[in-house]
Write a protein that binds this ligand. Structure first.
Ligand SMILES: N[C@H]1[C@H](O)[C@@H](Sc2ccccc2)[C@@H]2OC[C@H]1O2
Length: 325
């Protein structure tokens, strides 16, 4: 079947309405993790705040998973944990009839204060699902056998809503070639080779990190530290600010186009310099959307890059593709 879920854009995430046991929550679709977890009525009311909270006792289709638990820590240091059950999960028309749903009994402060999301829907590979004693399938893996095509697509926009579709590639959503690269899922991510980058139209080989993941749950574009340093060397007045947590520059600075290679094929996905600023941090200073990955071996291609393109995640042949739109 074909479905589409329309994420509501927020500066740092794309949210989509998800029905669980008949209750609707706005979840952050995250290709960088593989847990589907929700704010629940088991949390303290101060943690719940304005969030929608799932109440298993009000779902006629809820099934407990006795003795199971989960605990996740994300790349940004946030985390959550709790208990597990199964329920009917429906997104824009596609239904997983017995999907593992992770009930949060603890969430870190960044989730409490992020009133936009009522939990996360992981679209990574279930080998990194954190449920004990047995990892469970993601929503995408649950519905995969029923889909016309074993794919989902992400069409993220800056200010307008973006769209996730499961089971089809809407060819009207992109122009020109779909640049496809094989994915190595052994780390549980949509990971592919990326060994080159471009600044202002000139291409360079990346001597540091050699792979990258497509991560819809990360706002920024986190590249090898040497690549970030080379990029900001070409932004007048830029500096690495510990207080801001990354490279900042005068908002009036001329920012060059920046590109990163997708796969070893040679395609360089480019971001216009005018789309690279992520936020103003005051006093005419701007925080860049391109930042270093802190020395990890893997680069993280988040929304700053993904919103420039139409992205195809293929669970059938394990590949990742992007096209201009
Ligand atoms: N894959 C990403 C994930 O979705 C978020 S979790 C998150 C935390 C607070 C607010 C919203 C989401 C975190 O940042 C990068 C990596 O980990």
């Amino acid at each position: 079947g074909e479905v589409s879920a329309t994420p509501e854009p927020n500066e740092s995430e794309y949210l989509s309405p998800v029905s669980i046991g008949g209750q609707t929550l706005n979840l952050d679709f995250d290709t960088g993790s593989a847990d589907l977890w929700v704010f629940s009525t088991s949390l303290s009311s101060s943690s719940i705040g304005q969030h929608a909270a799932f109440d298993p006792s009000k779902s006629s289709t809820w099934e407990d998973y006795p003795g199971a638990s989960w605990q996740i820590m994300y790349g940004d240091g946030s985390g959550a944990s709790g208990t597990v059950g199964f329920d009917v999960v429906e997104i824009g028309g596609a239904t997983a009839s017995r999907q593992a749903v992770e009930i949060a009994t603890k969430v870190s402060s960044s989730f409490v204060s992020d009133e936009n999301n009522d939990g996360l829907l992981g679209l990574g590979f279930s080998k990194i699902n954190t449920i004990e004693p047995q990892p469970q399938k993601t929503f995408f893996e649950s519905i995969l056998p029923k889909l016309d095509q074993p794919v989902f697509t992400a069409d993220l926009e800056d200010d307008a809503a973006g769209t996730y579709e499961f089971g089809r590639i809407d060819t009207t959503k992109y122009t020109g070639t779909l640049h496809v690269t094989p994915v190595d899922s052994s780390n549980g991510f949509w990971e592919f080779a990326s060994t080159a980058y471009s600044i202002g139209g000139t291409t360079y080989q990346n001597s540091g990190a050699s792979t990258a993941i497509a991560d819809t749950g990360t706002s920024l574009l986190l590249v090898d530290d040497n690549v970030a340093q080379a990029f900001y060397a070409q932004v007048q007045g830029s500096q690495l600010s510990r207080t801001a947590g990354g490279y900042v520059y005068p908002c009036s600075a001329q920012v060059p186009d920046f590109g990163v290679q997708i796969g070893s094929s040679g395609f360089i996905a480019t971001i216009p310099g005018s789309d690279i600023t992520f936020a103003e941090v005051g006093q005419g200073t701007c925080f860049g959307g391109v930042q270093g990955n802190g020395g990890g071996g893997i680069q993280i291609f988040g929304d700053v890059l993904l919103k420039q393109y139409f992205a195809v995640f293929n669970g059938g042949n394990e590949s990742f593709g992007i096209a201009a739109k």
